[in-house]
Design a protein around this ligand. Structure first.
Ligand code: ZN
Length: 79
């Protein structure tokens, strides 16, 4: 039993690491023009070059579509 749970835990950890890698994407900064914006938190993005902070989607730096989607999810949860 103990051995089985250890193996299971290791597999989950490996899978989580792979997912994390895919989420890392850099975006173009509007203030300095460098492609150095990275996700530092849920909906929070920061430029490594000029330290500008942006609010965006949870996993992508798109504001328009992300905002609408989040509002729709919120409304559905209420109803
Ligand atoms: Zn910048």
């Amino acid at each position: 039993m103990a051995n089985a749970s250890i193996r299971y835990g290791a597999r989950i950890r490996k899978r989580a690491a792979e997912i994390k890698k895919k989420k890392i994407a850099l975006y173009k900064c509007d203030s300095c023009g460098e492609i150095k914006i990275e996700r530092i938190g849920t909906g929070i993005w920061k430029c490594r070059h000029c330290d500008a902070i942006y609010a965006g989607g949870a996993y992508t730096l798109t504001t328009g579509a992300g905002e609408i989607a989040r509002r729709l999810v919120g409304g559905m949860k209420k109803g």
